[in-house]
Ligand binder design. Structure first.
Ligand code: ADP
Length: 250
């Protein structure tokens, strides 16, 4: 398939960044300017763990240790998910791909579904990450993330959306966080270059020093400037353009 045909393809936005860089939060906020589902391999794996099925059993031990689960397993989950009709208008990928093999498989899968990739790299320094993750809480029902410091729930310990009791993820303990950052450095960071070599646009966006909504405006503004989403769908207007000036394209 020629590269020119891909202009009419819907965007597959790959949210890239270390654990705790805000990918999950941004994936939800990006509904503001992007259509299509939020596909989080971490959430899919946690659902399987909750259902106590075979995939869950395989994933649970590795996730608790801060290790990655096998490529074949997550590749299959994503491949199945991309077949759903709701992916026709685009997708937001969060936490996938994380290895060179996953990136390779994804770049082959996307054109089959008439999707074209673009990477949004959320950049945040690691000391800030450790502080953020150890104060993080998640709703076990809808997956919404809260931060005790910067984005607390209205009622302590309770999800604003469905009233469920918030939990601390087992892999948000400091020693496990350090292991996850190590896995990210070794396995995941190198695939940014792989994307660049494959001519996938990579947008570097600061994921710190602003509210989640302002960071969302930075991302939507940048995607609109590059023609990946309609500029009409970014309601930030001038604010989005200002915020987007804190971004760079490589
Ligand atoms: P975070 O990005 O904060 O680490 P996620 O919810 O994306 O959290 O992932 C939690 C864990 O699930 C990871 O540490 C890893 O063990 C596993 N996981 C999620 N996505 C993948 C993937 N694409 N490849 C391998 N393991 C994954």
């Amino acid at each position: 398939m020629g590269a020119d045909n891909t202009h009419s393809f819907a965007p597959a936005i790959i949210l890239f960044g270390s654990p705790g860089s805000g990918k999950g939060t941004q994936a939800k906020l990006l509904r503001h300017c992007l259509s299509g589902p939020h596909i989080s391999t971490g959430d899919m794996l946690r659902t399987h763990i909750g259902e106590r099925d075979e995939i869950g059993a395989q994933a649970e031990r590795l996730i608790k240790a801060g290790k990655l689960v096998p490529d074949e397993l997550v590749n299959q989950l994503v491949e199945r998910r991309l077949k759903s009709r709701d992916c026709d208008s685009g997708v937001i990928l969060d936490g996938y791909p994380r290895t060179r093999n996953q990136a390779d498989v994804l770049l082959r899968m996307l054109p089959v579904h008439q999707l074209r990739p673009a990477v949004v790299h959320l950049v945040v320094d690691y000391d800030r990450i450790v502080a953020r993750l150890s104060g993080r809480r998640q709703c076990p029902v809808c997956g919404t993330l809260y931060s005790l410091k910067t984005n607390p729930p209205k009622v302590a310990g309770i999800c604003d959306l469905d009233g469920a009791k918030l939990v601390t993820r087992e892999d948000d303990r400091e020693s496990v966080i350090r292991e996850r950052l190590h896995e990210y450095d070794v396995q995941t960071v190198p695939i940014l270059n792989y994307f660049r070599e494959a001519k996938v646009p990579v947008f570097e966006i600061s994921g710190a020093g602003a509210s989640p909504e302002q960071i969302m405006q930075r991302i939507c503004g940048t995607l609109a400037d590059s023609g990946l989403v309609d500029s009409g769908s970014t309601s930030g207007g001038a604010a989005a353009t200002d915020a987007a000036s804190e971004t760079s394209f490589s």
